[in-house]
Design a protein around this ligand. Structure first.
Ligand code: PLP
Length: 395
């Protein structure tokens, strides 16, 4: 395989070698069903217990508060549907216009079934209006579902202030922390979050494994009903190897947290500075400070993000326009549109999302490549300075 420069870690991450190594015995010799009675199964069961404790430690929660799931999407569905089932008389939920489709499309589906949903707006930097949140929550609000950090722009919401408002108004707080976990420190003992979603493949564990943190005492009915696994909170024979991988990845994420917030942040900032230095008419999407350390979303005036991606791909550079889940559609990202980013600027956006495996050399060569690519595309672009692209933020 040719060498690639991978800068799409908000879409998915590589499985860390240590994770692969930890998983491998559970894909080969240690195959027992952890629910079985013999001691061979006991060994497998202990691996699941260890993984639960590793995940709990990463977010400073209790082991008993972790429920394993198959992915972030399942965790989001389980949280919202689980709370709605536990509070059948409450027919309202609050969420934001910039959530991942795992929450947004569920909310739309629930609306069709008669539930009422308030979608909170965001400002130009992707931030919420906390007064709007306060006013939105009523006695019939079952749950407020607000993400920790946005997958497209990296904007980090003021989760503790949001939590205080939700508690003050007497509702439950679900937080989709799929992008925040492993990138910024999270502490459930000090937080007001009741239910939190996370996903393995964003933190160098495999795809198809996730978890839900459910604060002790929180009323949330099971979403997948079946056997007595996960203490009856989620049926289905455990995906042991992936759970072991998730546990090991949680350990690694804790160990790399410092590096993520220094080395990775520096790489991201260097890329940002280079792009603004080399390419005129660029616009930063997302909050300049309250942002995940690995994420950079930039709009390049007068050209299309998709065209940039195709040219980057020729050089083996992987980035994304909009989120991985929505690219493929021609509509510009719902997140950038909700932020009021002009149509052509939203179309010209590219997201670079880094990891501890990136290097300064990769950053420098990507920035140089971008300079040439944007120049070439602008030469043939039908858009010009008269279009609605409006660079407001120069570095
Ligand atoms: N929530 C957010 C914020 C995400 O970024 C993603 C994936 O991109 C998900 C939920 C869905 O997670 P998964 O791919 O594990 O289903």
């Amino acid at each position: 395989m040719r060498k690639i420069i991978y800068m799409d870690n908000n879409a998915t991450t590589s499985v860390a070698p240590e994770v692969f190594e930890a998983m491998s015995p559970y894909l080969t010799e240690l195959y027992a069903n952890p629910s079985s009675m013999y001691s061979f199964a006991g060994e497998v069961g202990r691996a699941v217990t260890k993984a639960r404790s590793q995940v709990a430690q990463l977010i400073n929660a209790q082991e008993t508060e972790i429920v394993f799931t198959s992915c972030g999407t399942e965790s989001d569905n389980a949280a919202i549907r689980g709370v709605l089932e536990a509070f059948p008389s409450k027919k309202h939920i609050v969420t934001t216009r910039v959530e991942h489709p795992a929450v947004l499309n569920l909310a739309k589906r629930l609306e069709k079934k008669g539930l009422s949903v308030t979608y909170l707006s965001v400002d130009r930097q992707g931030m919420l209006d906390l007064e709007e949140l306060r006013e939105a929550i009523t006695e019939s609000t079952a749950v407020v579902s607000v993400m920790y950090a946005n997958n497209e722009t990296g904007t980090v919401f003021p989760i503790e202030e949001i939590g205080s408002i939700v508690k003050e108004k007497g509702s439950l707080f679900h937080c989709d922390a799929v992008q925040a976990v492993g990138k910024i420190p999270l502490d459930m003992q000090r937080s007001q979050i009741d239910i939190l979603s996370l996903s393995g493949h964003k933190i160098h564990a495999p795809k198809g494994v996730g978890a839900l943190y459910v604060r002790r005492g929180t009323r949330c009915r099971p979403f997948i009903v079946g056997g007595h696994q996960e203490k009856g909170r989620r049926g289905g024979t455990e995906n042991v190897a992936s759970l072991v991988g998730l546990g090991r990845a949680a350990d690694l994420a804790a160990a790399y947290m410092q590096k993520e917030n220094t080395f990775v942040r520096d790489l991201r900032d260097t890329l940002q500075h280079r792009l603004f230095e080399y390419v005129p008419d660029t616009l930063l999407n997302g909050h300049p400070e309250h942002r995940l350390p690995n994420t950079l979303n930039v709009s390049f005036g007068y050209i299309e993000g998709e065209a940039i991606l195709l040219m980057l791909d020729e050089y083996g550079i992987c980035a994304s326009s909009g989120s991985a889940c929505t690219s493929g559609s021609l509509e510009p990202s719902h997140v950038l549109r909700a932020m009021g980013i002009p149509y052509t600027a939203a179309h010209g956006s590219v997201r670079f999302s880094l990891s501890v495996y990136n290097t300064l050399e990769e950053i420098e060569s990507t920035a140089k490549m971008m300079k040439q690519i944007v120049k070439r595309l602008r030469e043939i672009s039908p858009f010009n300075a008269e279009s609605d692209f409006a660079p407001t933020k120069k570095m």
